[in-house]
Design a protein. Sequence first.
Length: 168
Amino acid sequence: NNTVWVGDITYIKVNKSWMYLNIVLDLADRMVIGWNLSNNMTALDTTVAAFKKALLNRNIKKENSLMFHSDRGVQYACSEFTSVLKENNCKQSMSRKGNCWDNAVAESFFKTIKTEHIDSYEFKNQDEAKSMIFRYIEGWYNTKRIHSALNGKSPLEAFYEKVHILAA
């Protein structure tokens, strides 16, 4: 855990406008450890906000050796985001130009949340969207949804298994 994180942004239709869901996911346990839903695409409200939540949720210190991988979007390449990575001693990795497969785990999460949850709702307002996404990520995806990549465990089970092994 806390060796390689990935992130990405997707669009979500809310009433007649768009919101932007940004996630940070730990590759080791597939847990969404930071996320933010904003009504704009600025780095401060998308990538920076989600990454800072992930740092807090995983109690990351500067001495941790962490790599963060994303696509080449402006929110990941801008100084607002790269300075947060540098401040926290994180190495940055970015997908090759035009190659979405390089960020397949984050892309797969978005396919999953849209197929299992978002596509079946018509959000009336931002609060409704935030509430539904919170319930999906925190109440289902991280805690109960099993993953073939985790040998049939949920992200939370995989996290605790790894923590238990490291503590032994």
